[in-house]
Design a protein around this ligand. Structure first.
Ligand code: ADP
Length: 166
């Protein structure tokens, strides 16, 4: 059985992420979306539990997609599934440089671990979780940027943020 691992911080999941997950689910028998604790993002907008719950609700329609979490480095996590391939989305040259570095680290830990890059859909090239967080904080309409199932939750969270920050 072929397995893909789609890692990310998903703070929150966007339609760009979902586009990659859906395409991976057509290529691989099983896809594991792994919500990672991202040490470089010090203060996520959503807790780990909230991020996982939003990913779960967004991928419910795909029967071969599961959701997991990890607070380890990706290459360590991937040892759980020895034949798995990492699948990531590539948006721009900036993603490329970062991913190239990450790949070197992963290869050092697990030389057999391969990473497959799917180019972002042109519709979502400029979409990121940080863009969504910014839009939410200023009360912009999130339709077309994140899965419909999670719009209310993001708006609720952003309302709380606006109250706290005037
Ligand atoms: P972000 O970079 O939006 O904060 P993550 O760290 O959760 O998101 O990213 C996880 C993976 O999803 C990365 O491989 C990233 O390149 C990919 N990704 C994020 N947004 C998109 C998008 N709009 N289209 C394609 N891939 C994306």
């Amino acid at each position: 059985m072929s397995i893909a691992i789609c890692p990310g911080s998903f703070d929150p999941i966007t339609l760009g992420h979902l586009n990659i997950i859906r395409r991976a689910s057509k290529i691989f028998d099983r896809v594991i979306v792994c919500v990672m604790v991202n040490s470089s993002k010090t203060s996520p907008m959503f807790t780990m539990e909230e991020r996982v719950d939003m990913v779960r609700r967004s991928v419910r329609r795909y029967p071969n997609v599961d959701v997991d979490t990890s607070d380890h480095m990706l290459a360590e996590y991937a040892k759980k599934y020895p034949k798995a391939v990492i699948v990531k989305g590539l948006r721009a040259t900036s993603d490329f440089e970062y991913e190239f570095q990450m790949n070197l680290i992963n290869k050092k830990i697990s030389p057999e671990l391969e990473t497959l890059f799917l180019t972002a859909s042109s519709k979502y090239t400029f979409l990121s979780s940080s863009v969504v967080r910014e839009m939410a904080r200023y009360g912009a309409d999130l339709a077309g940027f994140v899965p419909n199932e999670i719009i209310d939750e993001i708006e609720r969270k952003a309302k709380g943020w606006r109250k706290e920050n005037g």
